[in-house]
Design a protein around this ligand. Structure first.
Ligand code: PLP
Length: 388
């Protein structure tokens, strides 16, 4: 059976070019980038080259790029590295758990935490952030808002939020894990102090990421030890991973310029049109600006998890929400924050297209989904009566 993977927001496969760039650094070029001999120098050169690519991607200085293990570490570092007891942390109720669980820990450590809720379209209103900053008075404040939501794809107004944070003298971190590589990207325009990205969401390897840290930001390292990464993140550099991330961001930048995202937006449009022809369906966050590859669909009177399993058996991989919560039956905190009740949140599925998605993939999804929905609804007769 031909399988269609439509869960890019959970993770993506390496592009062949990324694999080819990484391959030598596991075997022939295995040096430690801190060693002074030839093998070490070759590894250092590879890391420097990737740092240059990342600086181009973020639009920052090379010295402002810190390599790490991915989005969770970046989010944790920004939060734990800035905030102390008595400070004020402002974030949103639709963030990834890497931010929300860090916020919980900060609250336990006597940081005052304010969670801003989204509109029913999944958008954060910058004026709500301004109001929250107003509660800070003279306390040190960190604002952390995601660029794109992982479940709905909704793009947040980070430029406006950045302006508001700057005016108020607050620090600003962006979790750009889901937006990076999908939209035009420039940390100067976002006016942020820190920004976290992850390679595996953009056709790079798992377990590696990077953070932009604006020069002069008083960020305490999360991991201490050797003097790697200008003492901002200790630990022997993951050279193959860093090389892969560098190549992935180069490919992502090229993809934004060559119209790949327009093509994906068109495929997403076809997918939505096809699915919305099924009675009792609607797009969560569909009226807000979104990244091109994501759509989150509410299938009325259906158990989302049952549909995920039914689709998987038919060769289609989608997700009921964040991959990080898979295995949990908790309804999505993002959809609930947007005002969906528990049943509606549980009846919603995320389709997220890979950059390599094709018309054939979408056609195959559309051949399978209506039938699977009809079949599952037939098992719940009250739904079949009202929705046909
Ligand atoms: N932030 C967002 C918005 C994400 O979607 C994810 C992963 O799903 C993360 C952070 C965590 O990134 P990583 O898997 O690299 O730790």
């Amino acid at each position: 059976m031909r399988r269609v993977y439509c869960d890019a927001n959970a993770t993506t496969p390496l592009l062949p070019e990324v694999m080819a760039a990484m391959r030598p650094y596991w075997m022939e070029e295995f040096g430690n980038a801190s060693s002074i001999h030839l093998q070490g120098q070759k590894a250092r050169k590879a890391v420097d080259y990737a740092r240059e690519a990342l600086a181009g991607f973020f639009h920052c200085r090379e010295a402002e790029v810190v390599f790490n293990s991915g989005g969770t570490e970046g989010d944790n570092t920004a939060i734990f590295g800035i905030l102390r007891a008595g400070d004020h942390f402002i974030t949103t109720s639709i963030e990834h758990s890497a931010v929300l669980r860090a916020a919980d820990r900060m609250a336990e450590r006597r940081v005052d935490v304010t969670l801003v809720a989204p509109s029913k379209d999944g958008l954060i209103d910058p004026e709500e952030i301004r109001r929250a900053i107003g509660l800070s008075e003279s306390r040190r404040t960190l604002v952390s808002v995601m660029l794109a939501n992982n479940e709905t794809g909704v793009l947040q107004p980070v430029e406006e939020i950045g302006r508001i944070a700057e005016e108020a003298g607050a620090y600003f971190h962006i979790d750009a894990v889901q937006g990076a590589g999908k939209v035009e990207f420039d940390v100067r325009r976002f006016r942020c102090h820190m920004c976290s990205i992850s390679a595996h969401k953009m056709h790079g390897p798992k377990g590696v990421g990077a953070m932009y840290v604006r020069r002069g930001t008083p960020l305490e390292p999360l991991i201490v030890g050797g003097s790697h990464e200008r003492r901002q993140r200790a630990g022997t550099e993951n050279v193959p991973g860093i090389v892969g991330l560098g190549k992935a961001v180069e490919m992502a930048m090229a993809g934004i310029e060559d119209g790949t995202m327009e093509r994906i937006a068109q495929l997403r449009g076809q997918l939505e049109t096809g699915i919305l022809a099924i009675p009792g369906t609607r797009v969560n966050g569909g009226r807000a600006p979104r990244v091109a590859n994501t759509t989150n669909i509410h299938f009325e009177q259906l158990e989302g998890e049952a549909l995920v399993i039914a689709l998987d058996l038919k060769g289609i991989a989608v997700s009921g929400g964040s991959a990080c919560h898979s295995g949990s039956t908790e309804p999505s905190h993002v959809l609930m924050a947007m005002g969906l009740d528990k049943n509606a949140a549980r009846a919603s599925l995320r389709f997220s297209l890979l950059k390599t998605a094709t018309d054939e993939d979408v056609d195959q999804i559309l051949r399978v989904v209506p039938e699977a929905v009809k079949h599952l609804r037939a098992l719940a007769p009250e739904a079949a009566v009202t929705l046909g």
